[in-house]
Design a protein around this ligand. Sequence first.
Ligand code: AHR
Length: 659
Amino acid sequence: MNLFAPKRLAITAIAASLFCLPATSQDLVVKANRPVATIQPHMWGIFFEDINMGADGGIYAELVKNRSFEFFKPLMGWKVQGKKVQEGDVTVLNQEKDRPSNPRFLRLKPKQTAIGDMGLLNEGFRGMGVKKGLRYDFSLQYRLAGAAKLHVLLEDSASNVLGRAELPLSASAAWATKTVSFESNASVLKARLRIWVEGDGVLDMDMVSLFPTDTWKGRPGGMRADMIQWLADMKPGFVRFPGGCIVEGYDLSNRYRWKNTIGPVDQRQLIMNRWNIEFAHRLTPDYFQSFGLGFFEYFQLAEDIGAEPLPIVNCGMACQYNSAEFASLDELDPYIQDALDLIEFANGDVSTQWGKVRADMGHPVPFNLKMMGIGNENWGPQYIERLKLFTDAILKKYPGFKIVNSSGTDPDGERFNYLDKELRNMNAAIIDEHYYRRPEWFLQNASRYDQYPREGSKIFAGEYAAQTDRGASPNNTNNWRGALAEAAFMTGLERNAGVVEMASYAPLFAHAEGWQWKPDLIWVNNLQSYGTPNYYVQKLFATNKGTHVLSILSNNEVIAGKDSIYASAALDTVAGEVVIKLVNASSRSITRSVVLDGVKKVESKGKLIQIQHEIYEAENTFEQPLNVAPAEKEIKITGKKLQFEMPARSFSVLRIKAK
Ligand code: AHR
């Protein structure tokens, strides 16, 4: 949709003209020479969790599902095929002694087999997205007694061959790795991988893998570049990872343990993804965490996109909605040690135990970790007593390190009030608040932080999203109504940046066929991806954040809902600009004077970036990815007071150079 249809263009041009009149009670007055707080450079960030097939089948570009046969059902994702396959020719072996973290492999017994006699078919994650002309790297680990050759084929669902390679294997008693690459001759959304075995003997296979070569930064075994680009484009200030409930696990055995996610990929122990079984209406039986994407890669990702890393560790409590299993206090030490070791892994000198592990993985330079979350959405006195032990140990070893603390699952109520009080008594550095609420809640709570104490604990709005239906409902949508309400609420976050240090929308990614939770910031299928209206709102805040909060008032009051207008303003000392954000959540156009108070000179050219849509329920889709998206234009300004038309259902960012 063209946001600036000719008719409205004309209105905007007139509206931006100057009227040197004194401020009236309806004017939006920016106190441009009086910054009231500093905006943290890392204020607007992202939160990545492996939910909705966000990691395996998502940003982790591996195309083979269950490559190491470690799923609960060892052959899930695979089909054994061929006219000569007999009982016992293909078996799953478990040899824990050799490879405790990756004990299973496949044993094949070809007997003078040729193409068509014995083979394997892998379906990928809802198919494999492949691109015409792109090279793909196939690899496997194998042992072989006898002689064998693999015929590796990429094919579409009608068995048309898209690419192929032959891989001769020489006899090897020890595990060996072999690779071969080939090109795809077509772009296909749901391709699959077939391997025919030719030969005679006993062949063991593990870590059967297929990666595209166009990964993020071209890293072999890396991430899907189109998905990461969405994140890089937001210029996020931080990356919170890896969750979310995934940190807690269904029970403690299912919790996220960062040490199991680093080092050689074939030694990272796979576990079930807790979202596999979370929602009866969205069961995802093939959802596991291979940890091909682990903590090293998350730190590297944060570094790549210029964001602060913010890891969250388990606090000795599994999800309280699920098992509510707690590590007893006298057995909490290993959990605390994991947190301490993580700081060493990220920041330690290469001579330290964990700093060396990082260096051996290819990153001798520290990641400069400054903050860490203890627990996700944990609550109750059990959380506080565990948190205190973590806090004491961390601050003793690393004074000044910032700890992010949970305020539970909800932004209000008994649990929240208890934690908020306890955390403030503990002088907690940062309190992580989460809100998944209806759009109306976001509108009504746009001034939530205007009432918060300016001193003491700072706030991290760690997870939020407007739920257009209800909490975690599959009918929630990423529509403009929700995104607009979030924009309104975010003006309140920005206005209170002295209190709210950081914020991130959640969840980040969803696969169109593998999701469990809606709404989500970025939707993908095996080849495409698009940003939701919510994404564009986040991006506009993150890329127009400024350095200092300026007050913007109407009738000497903050602008947080009167006449459905919401506003915040910032000074960008680097660009020498005043940045004003205005939300008109109503269904009628509103014109107001915006007054720049306290400036001497205003440049005649300004910039307007605006998202507007006639329909609250409007969404973006794979077919219409820019249905609700920002448009940018230059505006003329001729003084310190300008008439500005806020179209119905709009979010506008004005950038004005001023001295
Ligand atoms: O973002 C989805 C889930 O919502 C997160 O895992 C959890 O922290 C919250 O309840």
